[in-house]
Design a protein around this ligand. Sequence first.
Ligand SMILES: [Zn+2]
Length: 408
Amino acid sequence: MNTSWIFEQLDKISSIGGTIHGQNRLAFSENDMKAREFLKHLIDKIGLEYREDTFGNIFALYNNGSHNQIVATGSHIDTVPDGGRYDGTLGVISSLAAIKTIKEKKEKISHPLELIVFQAEESSRFGHSTMGSKIIAGKLENFVQWEQSKDNEGISLVQAMKDAGYNFYYINKSVVEKDRYKYFLELHIDQSKTLTNANVPVAVVDGIAAPLRVRVTIFGEAAHSGSTAMRDRKDALVIASELILAIRNISLAYDERQAIATVGKIDIYPNAMNVVPGTAVMYVDIRGIHAKTIEELFGLIRSESSKIALRYKASSEIELLSSEKPCALNNIVTDTIELSCKELKIPYIHTISGAGHDTMNMAEITECGMIFVRNVSGISHHANETILDEDIEKGALVLHDALLKLSR
Ligand SMILES: [Zn+2]
């Protein structure tokens, strides 16, 4: 694996839209299109066939003559405003480096390999995330919202696509056949401090968490703070406080990778210093990688809230606000990544992703896995994203090895 090639390409792509404040390649912007042109040239130079779909997703195929299902790998190169150098881009360049190595060394594979460069992964321009992979996976459900979405300057997605040379009304043509891919693998920068805290260069991602959000309303009784005896009160805030602690304790009983819950917002009424709170409305965000565990936690929070309210002779109501589908990654793929780490003697941990990725959508049409690479700064969507050169090398080696294993 030629890692200096990776550093060189990262430098080149980062110079497109890169300033001292960070990377600026918003989806379909001039910089984004320039970076895509750069990539197409690079793909061409390596000698891979490539095509672009109606949304601008790029596919570069290395076929050694087999008619088997494709093993794909990739990520995105669009960024948030003033983003980091590695979010998405590292996955794209590492994937390309792995395919390049396999091609040049004529390493044995029996499945074609494909690099996918997803378009518009970041939601920062049009308010919708992972758009390219949603289209590929046939998950585009809010066509009208997409059609109406505009950026901060009032430019619509339809117009931005037109300016970049695409037709929004053709995007549905880019859904891929369900059995096209055997596996999909994405390498990505860790967007938390997890790997740095664990002191390992890479991680095997077991799943991508999704939030389930609920609103709990406690109906107590507002009363005079001076004349109401303590034992006669139905203080909604006191009830809510007990519930917040209960939610914490219930969540603590779960493995952190399975489910976590947060009360991040609470409103009380009438919210006056001399009135016993009559109503408390709290918002709970439950996350995990298995829908079943999230449901279970939700059920426990529901029963706990009515139990606690009842103890105060008050009542409670719980409403589901939104529920997104979490994504557990495929065991065959995660076991393969793990085996690659072991064989290469690269220390690793298992982790989950709190942030969404294109992999979530690809998981609808194929078996997926993700590799995280340590982010020394622990922050992402920021110019301070930092990865050590040796960690970039380790991540690329794991990706290359796992791709070889999966495509044999
Ligand atoms: Zn990303």
